[in-house]
Design a protein around this ligand. Structure first.
Ligand SMILES: [Ca+2]
Length: 242
């Protein structure tokens, strides 16, 4: 009995050591975090609820020079999922700003996996003009590198009386099969040739779903097909012998 207790507590210690070995810290514990703070966290990253965000990179370019990761503030999203809110003064006046943020997101909760991604942007063109718009594209890749999601927002500030230009879309979301780790690329663009385009908030939100287990509704239909096939196969020799 004593041996079992020691064994179990050793296992528990091992388990807790494994979960903290990454050194990830809660995003809410960082003071005034920026994308640079997240880059500094390296492969340890930060957590928002049960999601871990790590391996951040940043590149920023405008027509008048570069932008830095410290110019983009970060807040945790904890409503209707878990995610990151990027805040900055993206602006284009007869020019452009192109930022690219990449990172990895992992669902650390046991028996849970990411099944939905949502993208929000408040980008618009307060002074509409030819070829003047704010647009953000989120690409999610599996660990294999294959693209599982591609979401885009677009706003050129022209919606009335009828939106004769491209339709303004400020939110986009997609559902897919459960994924434990995803690589995310956010391309945040403002473009202007005659007006003014702005962007100040980008949100990436991830919703998890329970991982399918044997006997669950997800697996039952395929199990039924397997049994049916098995029955069919096992009947064949009988049919032959007739
Ligand atoms: Ca439009």
């Amino acid at each position: 009995m004593k041996k079992i207790v020691i064994y179990v507590s050793a296992l528990l210690a091992l388990g807790s050591a494994a979960s903290t070995a990454t050194g990830a810290i809660a995003l809410s514990n960082l003071t005034n975090p920026t994308v640079q703070s997240l880059i500094d966290q390296g492969s340890s990253g930060v957590t928002v609820g049960s999601k871990r965000f790590f391996d951040f990179t940043f590149s920023g370019l405008t027509n008048s020079g570069t932008r830095t990761a410290a110019m983009v503030a970060v807040q945790p999203i904890t409503d209707n999922g878990e995610g990151l809110r990027f805040i900055s003064g993206w602006l284009a006046i007869n020019g452009f700003s192109d930022d690219v943020i990449t990172y990895k997101v992992e669902e650390t909760a046991p028996s849970q996996s990411i099944g939905t991604i949502s993208l929000f942007s408040d980008g618009t063109a307060p002074v509409p003009g030819t070829n003047t718009f704010a647009s953000t594209t989120l690409t999610a890749r599996k660990t294999s590198g294959s693209v599982i999601a591609n979401l885009t927002t677009f706003d050129d500030g022209k919606t009335t009386p009828t939106d004769t230009t491209a339709t303004d879309i400020n939110t986009a979301s997609i559902n897919f099969g459960p994924q434990v780790i995803l690589t995310i690329t956010d391309a945040i663009n403002t473009v202007s040739t005659s007006g003014v385009a702005t962007n100040s908030i980008i949100e990436n939100t991830f919703v998890s779903i329970p991982e399918p287990t044997f006997g669950s509704a997800v697996f039952l239909p395929s199990a039924a097909v397997f049994v049916a096939n098995f029955k069919r196969r096992s009947r064949k020799p009988v049919a032959k012998s007739r």
